[in-house]
Design a protein around this ligand. Structure first.
Ligand code: 6K6
Length: 139
């Protein structure tokens, strides 16, 4: 059975670095099925679904996921919600964060003993963190 991976990243939250999202999703697809491929898209490229349907679909995928990988550099209510839900459901969660001088990571993510937070500078470092996390999660 292929690993089911939920990638979380900002959509309506703070504007993210979509190139990094794309590189992470490309890497994740080498390790399993990425349930949330669409997170790489620009806002205006998303399906026009009612929010209730978006929520129901995302929760279905979150329940089905074996692991959650979240890019948390761009603050997002939706991503925080997904991390909290995954954490409460005992799913392994990796949070990738690129530090900057103008903003700090929320203490509710950085201080949680149940999520793995990795700081990175380059996309290659983030990809290395993904590889290490997935190999640990699969053992
Ligand atoms: C189109 C334009 C604006 O929003 C859309 C479609 N919305 C969404 N489509 C897919 N996933 C979504 C959408 N809104 C939130 N999510 C989920 O929450 C994703 O799994 C992301 O990880 C997270 C993003 O939350 P926000 O608060 O940044 O939108």
């Amino acid at each position: 059975m292929r690993l089911q991976i939920y990638f979380a990243g900002s959509i309506r939250g703070t504007a993210p670095d979509r190139d990094t999202y794309g590189a992470l999703i490309d890497e994740l697809t080498r390790h399993g099925t990425v349930l949330t491929e669409h997170v790489r898209l620009e806002q205006d490229q998303h399906d026009r679904l009612p929010d209730s349907e978006i929520h129901a679909r995302q929760m279905r995928w979150l329940r089905a996921a074996d692991v959650v990988v979240a890019e948390v550099t761009a603050p997002s209510l939706g991503v925080g919600y997904e991390i909290a839900w995954a954490e409460a459901s005992d799913k392994p969660v990796l949070c990738l964060y690129k530090p900057s001088s103008d903003r700090s990571l929320s203490a509710m993510i950085d201080g949680s003993p149940n999520v793995t937070v990795v700081r990175y500078e380059s996309a290659d470092e983030a990809i290395d963190a993904v590889r290490g996390f997935l190999s640990a999660a699969m053992t």
